[in-house]
Design a protein around this ligand. Structure first.
Ligand code: AP5
Length: 229
């Protein structure tokens, strides 16, 4: 896969990636960020970085994250809202996660005179999600995400390869339940505003990325036109 340097446009993209745990939000958001020049903002990564840093906020969030439950909305808003002013634009991965967060995002954007361009929802069967999550490993050396089955670590990455605390069967079940109860209603929330596009998230990573790029709004698609899987 190759990327050419994104073209600059007057209006940077403001995108949300929605999807169940393991749908591929992080994998696809990183590629979309490279293709469009927008910043990848993953609230899961921000939460895990705060936990690893041992900050008071991190200590407050650890139990929720390890159990696969949502961190309280006011805490998440504290860590994500400062990123909205990024002049490169952004791809939000893992936020918003419930209707209260979506309303808070709307209010923050309105206060800054900004709009959400599009919400891209990744769709995939639950059995495939569980398979992906149980085999996910993170390299402690490079921070890269791999999959023992679908994308094994290359010989050049020394590891060690760590499993996330919430990637065990009980926690995966809990996260899926939380997703259905709290996050899935966001599809209707954004569909009602004409912002939602649904993407088939089954298949090779590159094919899914091409589907996402085809679903981008004009300002982001203009930046990504040099993308060549
Ligand atoms: P977060 O990190 O956001 O977890 P998640 O939503 O459960 O999503 P994942 O990171 O598990 O999956 P993903 O969709 O990014 O998939 P990935 O690309 O890695 O959140 C973790 C926790 O933080 C939450 O439980 C909560 O406690 C807290 N939190 C975060 N945001 C919050 C918020 N807004 N409010 C409150 N709390 C919040 O892919 C998964 C695996 O599949 C990888 O191994 C990958 O290599 C593989 N893979 C990817 N694509 C493919 C493909 N096409 N084919 C085969 N394998 C693939």
């Amino acid at each position: 896969m190759t990327h050419t340097k994104p073209e600059s446009t007057a209006v940077p993209p403001h995108l949300v990636l929605l999807g169940a745990p393991g749908a591929g939000k992080g994998t696809q958001a990183a590629l979309l960020a490279a293709a469009t020049g927008a910043t990848h903002v993953s609230t899961g990564d921000l939460v895990r970085a705060a936990i690893a840093g041992g900050t008071p906020l991190g200590r407050a969030m650890q139990g929720y994250s390890d159990r696969g439950e949502l961190v309280p909305d006011d805490t998440i808003l504290q860590i994500v809202l400062p990123h909205l002013a990024d002049p490169a634009g952004w791809i939000l991965d893992g936020f918003p996660r419930d209707v209260a967060q979506a309303r808070a995002l709307d209010a923050a954007l309105a206060a800054q005179g900004m709009d959400l361009d599009r919400v891209l929802a990744l769709d995939i069967a639950e059995a495939a999600l569980c398979e992906r999550l149980q085999d996910r490993r993170l390299s402690a050396a490079t921070g890269r995400t791999y999959n023992l089955r679908f994308d094994p670590p290359p010989p050049g990455d020394p590891g060690p390869f760590v499993q996330r605390a919430d990637d065990h069967p009980d926690e995966i079940r809990r996260r899926l339940q939380v997703y259905h109860e709290q996050t899935e209603p966001l599809r209707a929330y954004y569909a009602g505003r004409g912002l939602l596009r649904t993407i088939d998230a089954d298949g090779p990573v590159e094919a899914i990325q091409a589907r996402l790029i085809a679903a981008l709004p004009a300002n982001a698609a203009g930046r990504a036109h040099g993308y060549a899987p």
